[in-house]
Design a protein around this ligand. Structure first.
Ligand SMILES: Cc1cc2nc3c(=O)[nH]c(=O)nc-3n(C[C@H](O)[C@H](O)[C@H](O)COP(=O)(O)O)c2cc1C
Length: 177
């Protein structure tokens, strides 16, 4: 139990490095033995730019992903339950340490990048990225994400009727945060 708590504590140091809308960091983690809970912290919501808390939830998802990558890098076998208590919509996930696993080399690289990653708002360079770099990125394991430069159409669920009618007001501009 002590080991699991220490492992989770170390992984949480990476989780809180996740990007978040306007750097709001709208998450709250509760550590209890071999479990950690992720809660949405709506006191950090941004009603003007994010009236439906969409970006708040994406930010929490990024933090959960950081946590999972850090645990995979540490060689930890975990179980992730999303929305474990349906009556508590702010209780977004529970991560439970089940045991040990072989540390994942791809996760180690990603975890190490987390400490260096940051958002840049500098102007884009006009030059194209070198082809060998694009090919290298395409070869990276992506854990369910799409390949760089993959232009196949995304399969998207049809929008629910109320979402289709919702005005696009309050969206964060590209360089706003
Ligand atoms: C859901 C979401 C939306 C974001 N939208 C923008 C955006 O529109 N423009 C922008 O420049 N940065 C955007 N960011 C980046 C955040 O502003 C950035 O992650 C935050 O300021 C923390 O800085 P860091 O990424 O360097 O840790 C967004 C991040 C997230 C998670």
């Amino acid at each position: 139990m002590q080991d699991a708590t220490e492992t989770l504590t170390a992984a949480l140091r990476y989780a809180v490095l996740a990007p978040s809308s306007h750097n709001s960091q709208p998450w709250s983690f509760r550590l209890n033995g071999n479990e950690v809970e992720l809660w949405a912290d709506r006191t950090r919501s941004l009603p003007v730019v994010d009236p439906h808390d969409r970006e708040l939830l994406i930010s929490c998802g990024a933090a959960l992903h950081h946590l999972r990558v850090a645990l995979a890098a540490a060689g930890t076998d975990i179980e992730v339950e999303r929305l474990p208590e349906p009556v508590l919509p702010d209780f977004l996930a529970r991560v439970t340490v089940r045991g040990v696993a072989i540390p994942d080399p791809a996760a180690i690289r990603l975890r190490d990048a987390m400490a260096r990653r940051h958002t840049t708002r500098r102007p884009f360079d006009r030059r194209s990225a070198p082809l060998n770099l694009i090919h290298r990125l395409q070869g990276e394991p992506r854990a369910g994400r799409r390949a760089v430069g993959d232009r196949r159409p995304r399969s998207r669920p049809a929008p629910a009727p109320d979402r289709a009618r919702r005005p696009a007001a309050g969206r964060q501009s590209t360089a706003a945060s």
